[in-house]
Structures are given as structure tokens and as C-alpha cells.
Ligand binder design. Structure first.
Ligand code: ADP
Length: 389
């Protein structure tokens, strides 16, 4: 019996996350990640077919190309399995990509040209594409963009108040985490009923964190902007700060552009404020008052940015938590919901503690939900659609 499948890849700087999905019904067959690329890579795999990938023979210095080649070689060894397409998470699609795209040489060139806008992610994402093209040139490939979901935003929400020549040159608010938001938009009607079409805020709170305001399940505003550094406080990223502070770091303290980039991308956020960790679990376990201060600031930033999105939406009909912190930290959800009381959110502490899907009280004017993040399913679905066309 042949079984058709789609490979979903999310290639980062030192890891390649993968998921294998059945073509017919998009059921998960296996998922995992090859971590520590370039420094003794190891593969961890879960699900029905996991034993084919764990362990995966890789040399100590293997990077994306070798890791993906080894993965594809194992896939080809699974009896009856036929790979129909590979779908990639690609962080940046630029202004021109409002939907997933089949990858050919021209698309790849256009996506390479966007690398300076997302240097920490885009080159690695595209390394995954090149690795599949080298190891399995006949497998059709599809790129799914974190920016695409936000291209429905009105012009006013995408525009910075800067000289218009810069706007026309592409310096706009792109927004990110779009695949996560697309998944929430897909499943929300089954969870919230007709309310799903209303004024919704989705809080994607992981190591990276952002909010998306949706109406009729389309993005109308988001907290991330030209880069994924804007908006909320994150694990190690500052989020929005006064641009005048950046100028002061350069002119007043003599920092280089690279120094400022490191400071704001890797030494700030929960890590910078606590001085302890970027991992919320460690802060929750700590008695250090700096940990408390970092967590309080994280919640405050979510509430303040939510206020801005509620204004953009003209009200709020539901609030949704997703990703690592949103799904697992009842304490952080409680802090945030307390701050959203003004908007009509009343938490049910018992439901929140149990991590149920609906965590607000029956009497809450605005329901609050917890929905697990799933960035693979939208990629698999789009890949199937574009390959079948
Ligand atoms: P990424 O953006 O890297 O995909 P995740 O969505 O996995 O990140 O989220 C990582 C964050 O979720 C970390 O701050 C981690 O501490 C937090 N987290 C995960 N599980 C828990 C938990 N049980 N309690 C509190 N925080 C958690």
C-alpha cells in the first residue's frame, strides 16, 4: 500500500524542526527536530514513524544540508511512503507575498533578497529549501510566510509615520507569527462559535511574543512591525522601546549597530530585566524580586499593547492565548486577564488552573480561551493545495 505524505520543515539557526503529515487528511505521522547543527547534531522524533529517524547518522559538523539529506534518505526507506511535497516555514515574504508560494528559482531569488530584513531567520529557512532541492530535486516545494497573514491589514495599520519614499521602499509594518495566527483563525469557529467572526485578540506568547487583532478572522493590526523586535517584551528581545533610546546607545554610549542589535535581540526582555533567565519557568520558580519584576512587566506590556489593539478594533469580543507561555503558564494568564478586566474579561481561576480551553467565568462579558499553537498544519494544508494545483 502506498501512503502519500507531506514534509513540513522549519529550519532555524541551529536546528531543523520537521513534521511528516498524511496527504489525505493531514494527520500527523511523525514530528521531531534535529538540534545542535554544526556542534554534534542529534535527532529527536515522536509519533508512529519516529523509529525511522531516531537515531539519524550525522557527522559532528553536519549542518542544514546534511541533516535534511539524512532525513530525506530515511524517508525514502520507509516502505510504501511517497513524498508528494515539502512545505517550509519562511519568516519573510515581503510585501508581495500575501499567500504561500510554489518555490522556483525566481521565487528563491526574491526571498533571498529579503534576508537583510530577517537575518536571524530567513537565511536558515532558505537553507532548508536548498537542502531539499539538492537531496530530492523532484519534490515540489512550497514556502509559507509568517508575514503573509498580516497583508490583509488596512494601509493605516501597516504604515510608519516616516517619509513616504521609505514606505514605498518597503519600510512598513509586516507583522510576524502569521502561521500561528492562521491556525487560530481556522479553529476558532469550532471553539467560539459566531463570536469568532468578531473582534478578537490572539496572544502568541512564546520565546518570541506578539499580539494579533483580527476581525472576521483576518489580521487588522499586530504588535510586531518591520522586524520581529517590535511590540511585546519577549524572552530576550526588548520589544518596542523609544527609538531615541537606540540613538542614545549609539551616540551617548558609543555602541556599534551590532552591539545594539545584540542588546535588544538577545540580552533584553525577561532575561535582561530579571538578570536570571529568558525562560518563564525559571522565573516562576525563583524567589528573586527581579524575577517578579520581569514577570510583572511582561504582563503589563501585554495589557498595554492589548489596549492599543482594542482601540484599533473598536472593542473586544474574545481573547485567545497560545504558544509556550500562553498555553502553559496559568499564573501569567491570570496576571494578563486581571489587567484586561477593563475590557470585560473575568477569569475563572479554577478553569485557568486546569488549563481548560475556556478559562473565563460564565459571567465574563468577553470569553478568554487557551488554544494550542500549531504552525505545521497550515503549512501542510497550503503545500497540499499548491502541489495539487
Ligand atoms: P518558541 O517561541 O521558541 O517556539 P515556545 O512557544 O515553546 O517558544 O515558548 C517558550 C516559553 O514558554 C518559555 O518562556 C517557557 O518558559 C514557557 N513555558 C513552557 N512551558 C511552560 C510552563 N509549564 N510554565 C511556564 N512557562 C512555560
Amino acid at each position: 500500500m502506498t501512503r502519500d505524505a507531506i514534509l513540513v520543515l522549519n529550519a532555524g539557526s541551529s536546528s531543523v524542526k520537521f513534521a511528516l503529515t498524511a496527504w489525505e487528511d493531514l494527520a500527523p505521522l511523525c514530528h521531531g527536530q534535529i538540534g545542535h547543527l554544526g556542534s554534534g547534531p542529534r535527532c529527536e522524533a515522536f509519533g508512529a514513524l519516529a523509529s525511522h529517524f531516531d537515531p539519524l547518522p550525522l557527522s559532528r559538523d553536519a549542518r542544514h544540508e546534511a541533516a535534511v539529506a539524512a532525513l530525506l534518505a530515511r524517508l525514502q526507506d520507509i516502505p510504501g511512503l511517497r513524498l508528494r511535497g515539502a512545505g517550509h516555514r519562511v519568516v519573510h515574504g515581503g510585501a508581495q507575498h500575501g499567500a504561500p508560494a510554489r518555490i522556483d528559482a525566481r521565487t528563491l531569488d526574491a526571498l533571498e533578497a529579503l534576508s537583510p530584513l530577517a537575518p536571524a531567520h530567513q537565511p536558515h529557512n532558505l537553507a532548508g529549501v536548498r537542502a531539499v532541492a539538492a537531496a530530492a530535486p523532484h519534490v515540489p516545494q512550497v514556502a509559507c510566510f509568517d508575514t503573509a497573514f498580516h497583508r490583509t491589514q488596512p494601509r493605516v495599520a501597516q504604515t510608519f509615520p516616516i517619509p513616504r519614499a521609505l514606505t514605498e521602499a518597503g519600510m512598513i509594518r509586516y507583522g510576524f507569527h502569521g502561521l500561528s495566527y492562521e491556525h487560530i483563525a481556522d479553529v476558532l469557529p469550532a471553539i467560539a462559535g459566531p463570536r469568532a467572526e468578531g473582534r478578537i485578540i490572539v496572544a502568541h506568547l512564546g520565546n518570541g511574543a506578539s499580539l494579533c487583532a483580527m476581525r472576521e478572522r483576518r489580521s487588522v493590526a499586530s504588535t510586531m512591525g518591520f522586524t520581529a523586535l517590535d511590540g511585546l517584551m519577549m524572552g530576550a528581545r526588548s520589544g518596542a522601546i523609544d527609538p531615541g533610546l537606540v540613538l542614545h546607545l549609539i551616540r551617548g554610549l558609543g555602541m556599534s549597530a551590532d552591539d545594539v542589535s545584540n542588546l535588544l535581540n538577545t540580552e533584553s526582555g525577561l532575561l535582561g530585566v530579571s538578570g536570571i533567565s529568558n525562560d518563564l519557568r525559571e522565573l516562576e520558580a525563583s524567589a528573586d524580586p527581579r524575577a517578579e519584576e520581569a514577570m510583572a512587566l511582561f504582563a503589563y506590556r501585554v495589557v498595554r499593547e492589548s489596549g492599543s489593539l482594542i482601540a484599533a478594533l473598536g472593542g473586544l469580543d474574545a481573547f485567545v492565548f497560545t504558544a509556550g507561555i500562553g498555553e502553559h503558564s496559568a499564573a501569567m494568564r491570570a496576571r494578563i486577564c486581571a489587567g484586561l478586566a477593563f475590557a470585560g474579561v473575568t477569569l475563572d481561576p479554577a478553569r485557568n488552573g486546569r488549563g481548560e480551553m475556556l478559562i473565563s467565568a460564565e459571567s465574563s462579558a468577553v470569553p478568554a480561551y487557551v488554544v494550542p499553537a500549531d504552525e505545521e498544519t497550515p503549512i501542510a494544508r497550503a503545500t497540499r493545495r499548491l502541489v495539487a494545483e
